[in-house]
Design a protein around this ligand. Structure first.
Ligand code: AMP
Length: 216
């Protein structure tokens, strides 16, 4: 199974990607997570990306394409993968096509998770995650069952992304509408694109995606 998950920041791509990867035993390829790891590790790409990410703009195509190309060579991608947050520009989509031919991978589906902009700001502004295992939470929609304790690993430390504030979110949404949305026809013309309602409950979005995947 090889999928792309599309959608604006805060639409639930990461959550859905994790669920799908667990179900199908495939790799979760999130360029956002990989870039954040690079920033924390202080690598050359991380140093290049940090300011750009904090401003809510897009990191240069060559940097993210390089990251994905290396990642495709790792063993866990053999069974399949979910691309989360990549490609984000036409140039990235073209590079992805070349990589897929080179690695002999074929895409099964491209899922677009649709959510209205106003909802996204509210969703993103309340996000936080476990510092130990990365499990995601939200001030209003998904608090840990026990106060200040991660449901998944029991960790007690939590972090918030620096770019999860209203001003940066507006910039990230702008990047999505101007640079990423134009990719949708690119995949629609190939019959790969399927939209889902990202404003439904998490489990309903998952069910809708599973339904789409079952008919192919
Ligand atoms: P995300 O976690 O997917 O919301 O990504 C966080 C930030 O990482 C984005 O706002 C961009 O600055 C950067 N980023 C992630 N993926 C890409 C990509 N495919 N192309 C360019 N920048 C990216």
């Amino acid at each position: 199974m090889r999928l792309i998950l599309f959608g604006p920041p805060g639409c639930g791509k990461g959550t859905q990607a994790e669920l799908l990867c667990r179900e199908f035993g495939i790799a979760h390829l999130s360029t956002g997570n990989m870039l954040r790891d690079a920033v924390s590790a202080g690598t050359e790409i991380g140093l290049r990306a940090q300011e750009i990410m904090e401003a809510g703009a897009l990191v240069p195509d060559d940097a993210v394409v390089g990251i994905i190309s290396d990642r495709f060579d790792q063993k866990d991608c053999g069974k399949g993968f979910v691309l989360d947050g990549f490609p984000r520009t036409v140039a990235q989509a073209e590079s992805l096509d070349e990589l897929l031919v080179e690695k002999r991978f074929e895409l099964d589906r491209v899922i677009e998770i649709k959510v209205a902009d106003e909802l996204l700001i509210e969703r993103i502004s309340g996000r936080f995650s476990c510092s130990e295992c990365g499990a995601g939470y939200h001030d209003r929609f998904r608090l840990p069952k026990r106060a200040n304790t991660c449901d998944t690993c029991g960790g007690t430390g939590f972090t918030r992304r620096k770019d999860d504030n209203e001003m940066t979110v507006r910039q990230r949404l702008n990047s999505y509408h101007t640079q990423t949305e134009p990719l949708l026809p690119y995949y629609n013309n190939r019959g790969l694109l399927a939209p889902v309602d990202g404003m439904a409950k998490i489990e309903d979005v998952t069910a809708e995606i599973q339904e789409i995947l079952s008919v192919r």
